[in-house]
Ligand binder design. Structure first.
Ligand code: GDP
Ligand code: MG
Length: 293
């Protein structure tokens, strides 16, 4: 019997989605198969074995529909749930996440199996873990709840088994050697965006977009140019930092990640441009790939 299906990963920023994906897929994400057929899912990674294929996809996050950007994000959340076989909903062991969580109403109306992952349990004690499990059980009656630590790789095996027990019987959707359907350019822009968010946290939360303008693969080297769009001059100043110190630091860590990912030397050119109020500009959003039509 072969099992296969789409597993959508959802959760607020910072709960540990990327860390979890790293431990579920790990090193295997280091090759890209550009020929993989595209679906409307944003595919994060595919894990295949002889008897199964799990297709992990994500969404741009859960944010209330405030800007146009947020609306299109929410649409893509809904789309990705429509034909998912399983939802992995990740929350942090941080109590705040339980109280502030505004996505719960949606979750309870869904018609697909749900696993709630309480992540970062390495930060709290056993009793707190039990307390959290009970609280989540009360809120989401139909969900399976698994406490994990993505960072310390705790309970990941259990999670894998639980996923496999839920996935439907189905042939594989992709060739077994497929790892992701994301383009190299997409990977590059995500890496840069991640490093920017890491470094500037509060100052530049959602006002940054990255567009890769050059991706030239040479023998032993990939030459990459990317433009970082911000909304205001003041943000441009923050991104650059004094004498460009901040942007250079971002470039250094981003380049290292890319070198690991592509297994080649990377030449990276970073540019910063102001694009006023891009969040509300549909055209820009289309160009950035947030909306399709
Ligand atoms: P994302 O925004 O949901 O993708 O979250 P990330 O995967 O980027 O993680 C956000 C932060 O939480 C990072 O600093 C991670 O190292 C940290 N983190 C993720 N998982 C765990 C965990 O299980 N335990 C602890 N202590 N920290 C974690
Ligand atoms: Mg992430």
């Amino acid at each position: 019997m072969h099992k296969s299906g789409f597993v959508t990963i959802l959760g607020n920023p910072n709960v540990g989605k990327s860390t979890l994906m790293n431990c579920l897929i790990g090193e295997r994400l280091s090759i890209i198969n550009p020929k993989a057929q595209t679906t409307r899912h944003r595919i994060l990674g595919i894990v295949s074995d002889q008897d199964y294929q799990i297709i992990f996809s994500d969404t741009p996050g859960i944010i209330s529909p405030h800007h146009d950007l947020h609306k299109s994000m929410m649409n893509s959340v809904k789309n990705s749930l429509e034909d998912a076989d399983l939802l992995l909903y990740i929350v942090s062991s941080d109590k705040d996440d339980l109280d502030k969580n505004n996505f719960l109403q949606h979750i309870n109306t869904l018609n697909i199996p749900i696993i709630i992952l309480i992540n970062k349990i390495d930060l709290i004690n056993q009793d707190s873990v039990k307390g959290l499990i009970n609280e989540w059980k009360e809120k989401c009656l139909n969900a399976v709840i698994i406490p994990i630590s993505a960072l310390k790789k705790f309970n990941i095996e259990k999670l894998n088994n639980q996923i496999l027990s839920i996935l439907p019987e189905s042939p594989a959707y992709f060739p077994k050697d497929t790892l992701t359907d994301r383009s190299e350019r997409f990977v590059v822009s995500e890496i840069i965006r991640e490093k920017i968010l890491d470094r500037y946290k509060q100052e530049i939360p959602y006002s940054v977009e990255v567009v890769v303008t050059k991706f030239h693969v040479k023998d032993k080297l990939i030459v990459i140019d990317a433009t970082i769009f911000v909304e205001r001059e003041s943000q441009k100043g923050i991104i650059l930092g004094k004498k460009g110190v901040a942007i250079n630091a971002v470039g250094t860590v981003a380049r290292k990640s890319m070198q690991n990912f592509f297994n080649k030397k990377i030449y990276l050119g970073l540019f910063v441009k102001v694009s006023k109020d891009w969040r509300n500009k549909k055209l820009q959003l289309k160009r950035f790939g947030y909306i399709n039509s």
